[in-house]
Design a protein around this ligand. Structure first.
Ligand code: ZN
Length: 67
């Protein structure tokens, strides 16, 4: 079976992916709201991809070490 990439409910005949998220490899289609980093990397609309790609940590402020 070689149909994995077509199993997400999208009809590949209908739309042509124009880019791929550099974090999760999800295909990006025309008209989608996506992210572009300062370095020009293209990421999908999922903010978790931005957080992971930029190696940003989500922490509680209680974890901050106060000098
Ligand atoms: Zn992504």
């Amino acid at each position: 079976m070689n149909l994995d990439r077509f199993s997400q409910g999208r009809d590949p005949q209908q739309e042509q992916a124009i880019a791929v998220c550099e974090q999760c490899r999800e295909e990006i289609y025309p008209g989608e709201q996506i992210h572009r980093t300062a370095g020009g990397n293209i990421l999908c609309g999922n903010h978790l991809c931005v957080i992971k790609f930029c190696q940003v940590e989500e922490i509680n402020s209680d974890e901050l070490e106060v000098a």
